[in-house]
Design a protein around this ligand. Structure first.
Ligand code: ADP
Ligand code: MG
Length: 233
């Protein structure tokens, strides 16, 4: 059902990686409603991560329109777009992208430096960062540890805390549970869903694990929303 004010809307979006004639992504129409939790499935190489990069504005569509919270992201200058992303989107990457030599505390608070509105929603930075870590099952003394010294599963949970702090309206996660064991994965997902319920956060998560489907409001298959052009090479 079309949503009047979707948090995310893509219309006739087309993208091709520079110098890569073999892959092109077309997304005719995709909308995500406020507070929806959406699982995006699709085979490897089908363009899931490319689609997330387009939504985040780290790459810009050749044609078509992508709006996040009503703003056409291509209309923003590069610097404005970086700040807009920090305000609107909590990002969890496949490779976490933590600063390895910085403390867990500093990693979690990093996006707030570029997002004054998001920063205002956090009454006490240390208390909030500690609380997120506790909910994610991280040890009490984790805040002062160097991020690079943590296990892979712990780093992924720090990346989740960094995405959740200051409750951005949209959380985007690219295969975030692939390095977590089953119990940790359940805790991790529950925290994302709890944020969605409590704050109306929209969650768009990519996974290759179709078993997660029943936990989400909606499941989207890349094959149904996108046509990818694949040439010879
Ligand atoms: P998925 O996340 O579904 O596995 P990707 O979006 O990562 O798919 O990749 C889709 C296609 O785009 C692949 O052919 C991949 O090689 C290509 N691609 C992805 N990232 C880049 C990049 N940074 N530069 C060039 N080509 C890329
Ligand atoms: Mg990917």
């Amino acid at each position: 059902m079309p949503e009047a004010n979707p948090i995310l809307h893509l219309k006739d979006v087309r993208y091709r990686w520079p110098g890569r004639a073999s892959f092109g992504l077309n997304v005719p129409d995709l909308s995500l409603a406020k507070s929806e939790t959406v699982l995006l499935l699709g085979e490897s190489g089908s363009g899931k991560s490319t689609l997330l990069s387009l939504i985040c504005g780290t790459i810009i569509a050749e044609t078509g329109r992508i709006s996040v919270a009503g703003t056409d992201i291509a209309s923003l200058s590069a610097g404005t777009r970086d700040r807009f992303r920090a305000e609107q989107i909590g990002l969890i990457f496949q490779q976490f992208n933590l600063l390895p030599f910085a403390s867990v505390h500093d990693n979690i608070l990093l996006p707030l430096q570029f997002a004054p509105e998001r920063r205002k929603r956090v009454a006490d930075l240390k208390v909030e960062a500690t609380s997120l870590c506790q909910h994610l099952g991280l040890p009490d003394d984790v805040m002062t540890a160097r991020a690079g010294a943590l296990s892979v599963g712990q780093q992924q949970r720090v990346a989740a805390a960094r995405a959740l702090i200051g409750t951005p309206p949209l959380i985007i996660a690219d295969e975030p549970t692939s390095s977590l064991d089953a119990a940790t994965q359940a805790t991790f997902l529950e925290l994302l869903f709890a944020q969605s319920r409590a704050h109306g956060t929209t969650l768009l998560m990519v996974s290759h694990d179709a078993r997660l489907s029943s936990q989400f409001d909606r499941v989207i298959n890349m094959a149904d929303i996108a046509t990818s052009e694949r040439g010879a090479t």
